[in-house]
Design a protein around this ligand. Structure first.
Ligand SMILES: Nc1ncnc2c1ncn2[C@@H]1O[C@H](COP(=O)(O)OP(=O)(O)O)[C@@H](O)[C@H]1O
Ligand SMILES: [Mg+2]
Length: 325
């Protein structure tokens, strides 16, 4: 039997995850031992057993079909895109809810209790990175953020829109995908024309309205990995991609760029205050060269942009290899 070194890195993600594969290939190339599993593998395919030691650490292992990870050797957790715990279908609803609560506290608590372990990123930090919180943290970090109103009072929209020169957009506070009851699609950023400012349906839940940056020169997608920034200019051709580049994803033009120092510094402060070691950020640059921060994605995609693909793979592998900072 060949000896394989103990994994130091735990990668939690779904079975099919091309983005994770890129980085794991690089870890393999470097000879950095890791264990890859999904949260959904617990409890049927992955076992966890840990005992509290007198000085406060948890000693034990996470054991999968082909690999085991000793907790004392763990240095980094990459929380990529895991799927929920997988319980037997024989369980009743209440049993499943109880089992989920137990598993979440045990797995999250044991893996999360060691200060020796670097998380990319902590799931709590990802959950906390809501649009209201990130925009507030961005403004406090000195970045320019478009005027934003979040409301369920239709009467407040018109006054806000008029202050924005009559041009406002709305966008989802969370995921842009929706599905169910025979409907599915994506909620892209869209303009809110004056006849919709008083739409009574606004009262049915919270909505985010923002000044539309009408003199957009181009947009920037920045990946941030452990303090290293990888910005790329995104230009969309005339058409729907000019408002939201995801509407024209096959026709975008990408070029590498650098950011003004003040924007770089703002991003470092912002990510520090959000507790994130990795994020992708969306920036709009207007014709006056003002950089507007509009979005922080705590678990954003980056794999599809050729210009930064390789450097980000290396930066993430460096971070996971290094582990605790
Ligand atoms: N205030 C705005 N003015 C003009 N375009 C915007 C504005 N806010 C967002 N966009 C466009 O819509 C896209 C998606 O918005 P974003 O703020 O990144 O939210 P999310 O990605 O969560 O839907 C941006 O990348 C940008 O192209
Ligand atoms: Mg975005």
């Amino acid at each position: 039997m060949t000896w394989t070194p103990e994994p130091r890195v735990l990668v939690l993600t779904r079975a099919r995850d091309e983005t994770a594969d890129y980085v794991l290939r690089e870890l393999n190339r470097r000879g950095v031992p890791f264990m890859r599993t999904d949260v959904a593998d617990f409890p049927l395919r992955t076992a966890l057993s840990a005992e509290l030691r007198p000085e406060g650490s948890w000693r034990g292992a996470l054991t999968g079909a082909s690999r085991a990870l000793a907790l004392e050797g763990l240095r980094a957790v990459w929380w990529r895109k895991p799927t929920p715990f997988g319980f037997p279908s024989s369980m009743s609803g209440p049993e499943r809810a109880f089992a989920e609560s137990q598993a979440r506290r045990a797995v999250g608590g044991i893996l999360g209790s060691s200060p020796e372990v670097l998380w990319v990123n902590r799931p709590e930090a990802i959950a906390d990175c809501t649009k209201p919180r990130q925009l507030s943290a961005a403004a406090a970090a000195g970045l320019t953020v478009p005027e934003t109103l979040i409301t369920n009072r239709p009467g407040d929209v018109a006054e806000f829109a008029e202050r924005c020169g009559g041009r406002v957009v709305t966008k989802s506070l969370g995921s842009i995908r929706y599905s169910g009851e025979g409907k599915n699609g994506r909620l892209y950023t869209s303009q809110v024309p004056p006849h919709r400012w008083n739409d009574p349906r606004i009262s049915l839940t919270a909505h985010l309205f923002q000044r539309e940056i009408t003199d957009k020169a181009y947009e920037i997608r920045v990946a941030a990995v452990d303090g290293r920034l990888f910005p790329v200019v995104i230009r969309a051709p005339e058409g729907p991609g000019r408002l939201d580049w995801r509407r024209d994803i096959d026709n975008l033009n990408y070029t590498s760029t650098t950011l003004p120092t003040a924007v770089e510094e703002g991003i470092h402060t912002l990510l520090h205050s959000l507790g994130l070691v990795f994020a992708t950020l969306d920036i709009i640059v207007d014709t006056q060269n003002v950089h507007y921060l509009v979005d922080v994605n705590a678990n954003g995609q980056w794999g599809w942009i050729d210009q930064t693909h390789e450097p980000i793979i290396h930066a993430l592998a460096d971070l996971l290899e290094k582990g605790t900072r």
